[in-house]
Write a protein that binds this ligand. Structure first.
Ligand SMILES: Cc1cc2nc3c(=O)[nH]c(=O)nc-3n(C[C@H](O)[C@H](O)[C@H](O)COP(=O)(O)OP(=O)(O)OC[C@H]3O[C@@H](n4cnc5c(N)ncnc54)[C@H](O)[C@@H]3O)c2cc1C
Length: 404
């Protein structure tokens, strides 16, 4: 077990500085353009791959760190650069986490590298859970997986909604109902390999924020995947279903939940990066902008806003680091992962709104980045479990009761 410490190792500091430099030199200067274009920023992701920031080695190294802190530290810097481009860089990580959370070591070795490709041939992964009628309520997925025993193949049918990298990914990890009557306990995750027939992109969503990140429907029509694409394997699934049918505890977690639990501190770190960007910008601006003969930071109303912003940002970082450490060292007790994601995302919305207020009219225009940060911050209270769902998870953890 690693000691919990707030001082980063030399390695972690080096990674932080290296990513910060990339964020300053490459991500920030490209942010406005890709937000306006509302397209996946291939050239930036390719550059990230060339320096080793987007790729299997980086993600395995960060996920393997015993202190758990490398990943949130890295993500904060990337998202400080830009959240839309940040999601384009980090989106495949959700698919990788879905494979790591539910697959065997052999399946991880086979499929996770294919979510990233190589520096010269970048690939993407997508994690497909949500559906038009099942977002927060993950237990009511309608996408079906039926086993064709004669051919040892699974046949997938359904429509997935809001999928990051949906349809443009090479690897789609799809969560589907094998036995819908068992709801969450009757679901399993499947790999849909590159160029599989029957998988297509539906509508691409036009969004409020993180517009450089591609979000689309994924349509599955008689998609056939080999038996080995069932994450965790058939024996494990059969045993789980049998236990669930007997009414006992299914053992093992609902497949999407197992993934989200592990990724929540990372999502908190995304929000934190956006919040810090807005705070730093507003602080500099408040020192420069003068009204009534003095810099606006000399007005207590502005100074106190900034004092609150940094206090909440630091508190969010502490929650994220604690959760990231606990995820690797002993596990959560009071849904600390959810606490960190919930708090950091709400802080990001508040801080970016205050940043607009500090910039006044300028803050409301697209000439300055704070309005974009405000739009980008908002997604964090919605995806990977809304704020209300995080509150529900925390309330259940502290009470041990099935609060609805
Ligand atoms: C940009 C973007 C990217 C996304 N990427 C992915 C992805 O890669 N993969 C994926 O699978 N999904 C993805 N999603 C989907 C996302 O996770 C869902 O949108 C989210 O879980 C909310 O589901 P919903 O939109 O159906 O809202 P609903 O579940 O319909 O919720 C509507 C409102 O009701 C509240 N609510 C619902 N149930 C309760 C309750 N029990 N108690 C209190 N309040 C409740 C919610 O908090 C929310 O405020 C993405 C979404 C967006 C917008």
């Amino acid at each position: 077990m690693a000691e919990f410490s707030l001082s980063l190792s030399d390695d972690q500091l080096q990674i932080k500085n290296w990513i910060h430099e990339f964020a300053v030199d490459v991500i920030r200067p490209a942010a406005h353009e890709w937000d306006e274009r509302e397209e996946f920023p291939w050239p930036i992701v390719q550059e990230a791959a060339k320096i080793g920031l987007y790729g299997i080695d980086f993600i395995m190294n960060a996920m393997g760190d015993a202190s758990g802190l490398t990943l949130p530290v890295a993500i904060e810097e990337i998202f400080w650069g830009d959240a839309g481009i940040g999601m384009a860089i980090m989106g495949s990580g959700l698919a990788a986490a879905g494979i790591a959370g539910n697959g065997t070591p052999e399946q991880m070795m086979e499929w996770v590298p294919q979510c990233y490709g190589t520096a010269d041939d970048v690939k993407l992964g997508a994690f497909c859970v949500s559906e038009p009628d099942a977002g927060s309520d993950v237990s009511s997925l309608r996408t079906r997986a039926v086993y064709d025993e004669a051919n040892d193949e699974w046949v997938l049918n359904g429509t997935k909604a809001w999928i990051t990298n949906g349809g443009i990914a090479d690897i789609h990890v799809v969560v589907a109902a094998v036995d819908p009557e068992l709801r969450g306990r009757g679901q399993a995750s499947f790999i849909v390999p590159p160029k599989t027939k029957g998988l297509s992109q539906g509508q691409k969503y036009l969004k409020h924020g993180i517009r450089a990140s591609h979000t689309a429907e994924v349509v599955l029509e008689d998609v056939r995947v080999p038996g080995r694409c069932l994450l965790g394997g058939k024996e494990k699934l059969d045993a789980k279903l049998a236990r669930a049918r007997e009414g006992g505890h299914a053992g093992g977690k609902q497949p999407a939940m197992a993934t989200f639990e592990a990724t929540r501190p990372a999502v908190g770190a995304q929000a934190l990066g956006v919040a810090r960007a807005a705070y730093e910008f507003a602080l500099d601006y408040a020192k420069e902008r003068k009204t009534f003969g003095k810099p606006i930071i000399m007005h207590q109303a502005i100074a106190f806003k900034l004092a609150n912003m940094i206090t909440e940002i630091d508190a969010a970082r502490l929650l994220i680091w604690r959760a990231a450490w606990l995820a690797k060292n002993g596990g959560f007790k009071n849904a600390e992962g959810s606490q960190s994601k919930y708090y950091a995302s709400e802080v990001a919305v508040r801080v970016t709104e205050d940043a607009i207020q500090i910039l006044g009219g300028y803050g409301y225009t697209r000439e300055y980045p704070v309005e974009r940060w405000h739009r980008d911050a908002k997604i964090h209270t919605i995806f990977e479990g809304t704020s209300e769902i995080q509150q529900l998870v925390i309330a259940r953890a502290i009470s041990g009761m099935r609060i609805e």
